[in-house]
Design a protein around this ligand. Structure first.
Ligand code: SF4
Ligand code: SF4
Length: 56
């Protein structure tokens, strides 16, 4: 399991510093989560203004 950022992402950057394992990086237009690093903690979803990160 890992979280995945949907196309709803507005690239605000709020989630990246909240990730304890630095799994979130800025991608092409949206931020992306490295599924290999994600530990499914939910911090990104909690800090996203548009609810873009979703548990897969
Ligand atoms: Fe990082 Fe947690 Fe979000 Fe996974 S669920 S990307 S570990 S903040
Ligand atoms: Fe995108 Fe939400 Fe992260 Fe902002 S907090 S970069 S909108 S996923």
């Amino acid at each position: 399991m890992a979280y995945k950022i949907s196309e709803d992402c507005i690239a605000c950057g709020a989630c990246a510093p909240e990730c304890p394992v630095e799994a979130i990086t800025e991608g092409d237009g949206v931020y992306v989560i490295d599924a290999e690093k994600c530990i499914d903690c939910g911090a990104c979803a909690d800090n996203c203004p548009v609810g873009a990160p979703k548990a897969e």
